[in-house]
Write a protein that binds this ligand. Structure first.
Ligand code: FES
Length: 108
C-alpha cells in the first residue's frame, strides 16, 4: 500500500492506495470527493498535477486530455494511473487556483 496525499476542493486528504489501484478509485472507496466523470480516460475531469512520487500512466487512454507537454510536466489522469511510491497530487482546479493566488500575492 502507498500513501496518497491529495488536495481537492480546497481540502487536504490522505489515504491508502494499492499498487494496482488508481488514486481515483481508492479515493472514491474512501468517500473522498475527487472530481470524476467517466473513470476510463474519456473526460479529463480527474486531471491532476503530481507534485511528488512515481507512478505508471496509461498513455493510450490519457492522451486525448493531456498534451505531450503536460505529460512531460507530470500532469496525469487519476483514473489512468497507478502508484509506484507514495504520491502527492493536487486536482487541476486546486492547482490552478493556487497558482493564481500565488501570482496575485507576488503582484501586491
Ligand atoms: S474520470 Fe474521466 S478521464 Fe478520469
Amino acid at each position: 500500500m502507498y500513501k496518497v496525499s491529495l488536495k481537492a476542493r480546497n481540502q487536504q486528504f490522505e489515504y491508502q492506495c494499492a499498487p494496482e489501484e488508481t488514486p481515483l478509485r481508492a479515493a472514491r472507496d474512501h468517500f473522498i470527493p475527487f472530481p470524476t466523470g467517466c473513470q476510463r480516460g474519456g473526460c479529463g475531469m480527474c486531471k491532476v498535477k503530481v507534485l511528488d512520487g512515481e507512478y505508471n500512466h496509461e498513455l493510450i487512454r490519457s492522451h486525448e486530455y493531456l498534451s505531450d507537454e503536460e505529460l512531460n510536466n507530470r500532469y496525469a489522469l487519476a483514473c489512468c494511473m497507478t502508484p509506484k511510491s507514495d504520491l502527492d497530487i493536487i486536482t487541476i482546479e486546486d492547482y490552478e487556483k493556487q497558482r493564481t493566488e500565488l501570482a496575485e500575492s507576488i503582484k501586491i
